[in-house]
Design a protein around this ligand. Structure first.
Ligand SMILES: Nc1nc2c(ncn2[C@@H]2O[C@H](COP(=O)(O)OP(=O)(O)OP(=O)(O)O)[C@@H](O)[C@H]2O)c(=O)[nH]1
Length: 290
């Protein structure tokens, strides 16, 4: 059941940003109470506190001119709006934008790209047994492990509660399974220090699907295909990977040139080069109709 959240107009002292939405920012305070700051009530001082708390790079303050200061706060807020506050990874909104860009690239270049959806196994039990704060520490630790498994060109996001997503551009089908397996093993073998008296181990189930090459699909469909595989990994017992075989979307060289060649290929000769067409057509009125 969602916890009630009190409304306030400024940054609650010592609070931690846990969620940013289109309408409001949600904080949890030291006493674990949830509070919201509505964006329409956002004050400059609140925005500044948020940005510095998030450790925005290059945000030096006191000697800045007002314009630079404002620009730094705005830049910091833009950066914050792309990130999940708990783990610092890309948030779901940002991830979907990246996926859209990847689909566009795949449709043009025919390169392979793999989408992995990962879900921590039996996570509810961790919350129920050790408390929500322990659950948060586990989420942060898994996020760090995942960061260590991906290349700079990959995008890693916290996709939902205990669900993560990774898009791996230029990932050939021959490597997908071993990459996913390496990630699964890295999470399984990482001991998570929740408190001096408590270390935990968790596992993840992973589902994966390749982008359709040369075909402009949708983020929705790509995510659904990877999610189906994740569901199979969960049903088969968890702590395992299931990757869909790369779909065959072979397109001949001729078809590719029809899809992405110069526009003139599609045009009637008169549209592609009206002057040359007129010269070739003795009845063309543009040429005196001779
Ligand atoms: N601590 C913490 N818990 C969260 C957060 N977001 C979601 N959760 C919890 O994650 C749990 C997800 O539980 P389920 O969807 O039942 O999944 P599960 O227990 O991992 O079971 P399987 O996925 O089937 O292995 C719920 O208890 C949520 O309350 C968060 O930000 N912090």
């Amino acid at each position: 059941m969602p916890r009630p959240s009190a409304r306030c107009s400024s940054y609650p002292a010592g609070a931690r940003l846990v969620h940013s939405r289109n309408t409001d920012l949600q904080f949890v305070t030291g006493s674990a109470a949830h509070q919201s700051v509505f964006l329409r009530d956002l004050r400059l001082s609140t925005a500044h506190s948020l940005v510095t708390q998030a450790g925005a790079p290059g945000f030096a303050l006191p000697n800045e001119t007002p314009t630079r200061y404002l620009q730094a706060v705005i830049d910091g807020l833009c950066e914050l709006s792309l990130r999940d506050p708990l783990t610092g990874l890309a948030n779901r909104r940002h991830f979907r934008t990246v996926l859209e860009r990847e689909i566009d690239r795949m449709a043009r270049s025919g390169e392979a790209a793999l989408l992995l959806m990962l879900d921590i196994d039996h996570f509810k039990k961790i919350n129920d047994t050790h408390g929500h704060i322990a659950g948060d520490i586990v989420l942060q630790s898994v996020a760090r492990t995942l960061v260590g498994c991906v290349r700079p060109m990959d995008t890693l996001a916290r996709y939902g509660g205990e669900e993560f997503a990774i898009v791996l551009p230029s990932c050939q089908a021959a490597y997908g399974t071993s990459i996913a397996e390496r990630i699964r093993e890295a999470v399984e073998s990482t001991l998570i220090r929740v408190s001096p008296a408590l270390d935990l181990n968790v596992s993840v189930s992973i589902g994966g699907a390749y982008a359709l090459q040369w075909i402009r699909s949708t983020t929705q469909l790509w995510i659904e295909r990877a999610d189906n595989q994740l569901y199979q990994a969960k049903s088969a017992g968890r702590n395992r990977i299931c990757i869909e075989e790369q779909p065959d979307s072979t397109v001949s060289a001729e078809e590719k040139s029809m899809l992405f060649g110069p526009m003139s290929l599609f045009l009637h000769p008169t549209q592609a080069d009206p002057v040359a067409a007129a010269a070739a057509d003795p009845m063309d009125p543009a040429d005196g109709g001779r």
